[in-house]
Design a protein around this ligand. Structure first.
Ligand SMILES: C[S@@+](CC[C@H](N)C(=O)[O-])C[C@H]1O[C@@H](n2cnc3c(N)ncnc32)[C@H](O)[C@@H]1O
Length: 343
């Protein structure tokens, strides 16, 4: 059990890196129905076995992709899916009737062949009679450059609900509309604004960013050492991605559970919005970092990328945006370069 010293926080809730809970928090290291945060170090099945039926409002996670990362042993795709089927059946058991599962995945790649994991997972969820509400495309601008296929620039989130009576707080996640001044041009509301004053539905394509990390990768001065969220974890997702799920699909005080918690990103997104947070993670080093990030959050020192911060658009003046001198002498090779005037 870890406790936090809240005396370090300034109490200004307008800052996103400040705690929102009223009292000093403790992190329980095993399931405790009275805890606000539970972070279990060990196998996901061990923690789930201790969680009562119908208790979790949202399961949100990015499971291991079976890619042979540091934290996983690569097995056949069949074995991998079999193990995941067992876990998902237990997640179904602990999910509340009005609850949701958000399963964030990319591709499994073997011998150059791509296996889209969301398609493979779909039937596992359907067999449990879960209902797909959205297949959300998470688009990001940076990644590996493929040479034998197009470079992958999106992953997906499958959002399933357990029933038809699910929580969906659309107003909590509306985004500014492009044309708020639009008005009805006919019908009974003619002349009145046609949009919603709170903004528009964010749609099922999310430009939630690794942007600051991308800037860091581009080596733009002062960002590399300052980018807000990145840790040593090879597959960390941004807090902002989870925040949207938490805000839309749960209410304050609800349990949010990440069975593959990594460095605690989902737990941070949950506590930031007054939800109770629970996670399991088998690697002790990631659990340590998750504990440190949560401590930093409660102490008011965790830096989190602001939700909805606009995408960075290069001005063309950055060194990395400019065509290298040595290429200018070469014959123009791409359509883009043909269109673009060398200066
Ligand atoms: C894709 S990463 C999740 C990263 C996380 N979303 C974050 O932002 O930090 C998957 C995590 O699942 C953990 N993991 C894999 N198998 C596990 C198991 N059986 N029980 C608990 N954790 C497991 C891995 O160690 C890894 O950290």
């Amino acid at each position: 059990m870890i406790t936090f010293d809240k005396s370090l926080s300034s109490g200004d809730d307008s800052m996103r890196n400040l705690p929102l809970f009223e009292t000093p928090k403790e992190i329980a290291d095993q399931f405790n129905p009275d805890a606000d945060v539970v972070l279990y170090q060990g196998d996901v099945n061990e923690l789930i076995a201790t969680i009562p039926d119908d208790s979790v409002a949202l399961v949100v996670t990015s499971p291991p992709y079976n890619l042979g990362k540091d934290y996983e042993d690569r097995v056949s795709i069949e074995k991998y899916l079999e193990a995941q089927t067992q876990v998902i059946a237990q997640l179904y058991r602990i999910l509340r009737d009005d609850g949701s599962i958000c399963w964030q995945v990319g591709n499994f790649v073997q011998d150059g062949e791509v296996y889209p994991l969301d398609i493979l997972y779909y039937s596992i969820f359907k067999k449990l009679n879960l209902f797909l509400r959205n297949r959300i495309v998470w688009h990001f601008g940076h990644g590996l450059h493929a040479s034998k296929r197009f470079s992958g620039r999106y992953e997906t989130i499958l959002w399933f609900t357990k029933s038809d009576k699910y929580i969906f707080n659309l107003d909590a996640v509306r985004v500014p509309s492009k044309y708020p001044g639009k008005r009805h041009y006919k019908g009974p509301n003619v002349g009145k604004p046609s949009g919603n004053p709170l903004g528009k539905n964010p749609s099922d394509v999310w430009e939630v960013l690794l942007r600051d990390w991308e800037e860091a990768l581009w080596d733009i001065p002062n960002v590399k050492s300052n980018h807000p969220e990145k840790t040593i974890h090879p597959c960390q997702y941004p807090v902002e991605l989870v925040e949207r799920c938490v805000l839309a699909l749960t209410n304050e005080g609800d349990w949010v559970f990440d069975p593959y918690a990594g460095v605690g990103t989902s737990l941070i997104a949950a506590v930031m919005h007054h939800r109770r947070a629970m996670g399991s993670e088998k690697e002790a080093q990631y659990v340590d970092i998750a504990n440190q990030r949560l401590a930093a959050y409660f102490n008011g020192t965790l830096n989190v990328r602001p939700m909805g911060k606009p995408v960075f658009v290069p001005t063309g003046k950055e060194k990395v945006s400019q065509i290298p001198e040595e290429w200018k002498a070469q014959p123009q090779r791409t359509l883009l370069q043909k269109k673009r005037k060398y200066k």
